[in-house]
Design a protein around this ligand. Sequence first.
Ligand code: ADP
Ligand code: MG
Length: 415
Amino acid sequence: MRAENIFEKHIRRDTLFKGSREALYPDYLPDYLPHRESEIDRLAEILVTALRGEKPSNILIYGKTGTGKTAVVRYVGRELLRAQEVYGHKNLEYIYINCETVDTPYSVLQNIGNYFIEDWNKKIPFTGWPLDKVFTTVRKRIDEWGGIVIIVLDEVDKLVTKSGDDILYQLLLLDNEMKNSRLSVIGISNELKFTDLLDPRVRSRLTQEKLIFPPYNAYQLEDILEERVKIAVKDGVVREDVISICAAIAAQEHGDARRAIELLRISIEIAEREGANKVEERHVYLAKNKIEMDCVSEAIKTLPLHSKIILLAVALSEEAGRPQLTTGEIYEIYRSLSRRVGASPLTQRRISDLISEMDMLGLINAKVKSFGRYGRTKVVELALPVMEVKKILFEDELLMELNNVKLTSQKKLFF
Ligand code: ADP
Ligand code: MG
């Protein structure tokens, strides 16, 4: 008998999604953004000037992650360009740049400049030109083109933290240095304190208009999720109670719409893999655990080597029946383990710092415990299941060879 093709059972399985599953992915831009009507209207009110051929005010937008800043700004840009076709007086460009990836003055200018250079041979190269040559080319090109440019710098705080605010200053001044064109900047930041980093001249120009996006509450998140469910999921698969739970969980975690949508998507995927025909409450909790475990796993993977060794020391001790350790005990085990992998041990003081850092990340719990007349001391224990932690740690090539290490009850290592 012919073996079944490995895909067959998956193909036969009914999907719970409609064709448009991408509506549950972060990049999807819906046609309707519930509970952002007033923010959208405010932006339209400011930017309409561009349709009359004049420069709109610069705008600074801030709000926590997942409050719809990127979605709203992209949405407004799309609508603006549509309106331009009907009502526009002059040329208009709306340039969206995400400064998380485009994070140097050179790359910001290069991105802007190349919008206005059609000839591939004349485009500004990725690297190599002196910055002032890039700048003058950009200015010349925009001015020759003649029109209104709106430049959106999303996650602008990342750009400023990395490269300072000179580039913002230059862009904001560029507007006065051209004859035929005008330029406005919309900056978006997750960080409220970001403006403290700015030179007062930059700050006052950039914040001609300010918009704050508040976090969503549970009811608002429900409406957002409902819209997505209509587009992405078959009828009857996600009932209202499931939407409410996803919304409630995300509302507790700072009202982040991205998290709410992700939670819903993973819940549906888990239900689908199980062969269920609708999503149940328990699928949502499984999804929540999965997301948390993924975050933890990411946090562990990106730790520096010495922190990983400390974590391994605590894990091994728990396996040997001693879940709680003092910093001194950890240090002893840590030292032997480091030598084993050929890393020279750091000082105990440094290790204490690394322990505190991992405590803040929620990977371990460190608390001060009283030992009667012996005084008080800090004890440390793992905050996560030991098997999971070991599995993730041993993915690191440098630690792999410690795979068979055990700890004796005398806290000695054996292999
Ligand atoms: P921010 O830029 O503030 O971090 P995003 O705009 O990226 O947040 O929003 C996160 C996710 O939530 C995106 O997938 C976005 O489409 C969605 N979203 C945010 N606000 C709304 C809303 N009001 N209606 C529908 N979807 C939204
Ligand atoms: Mg964003």
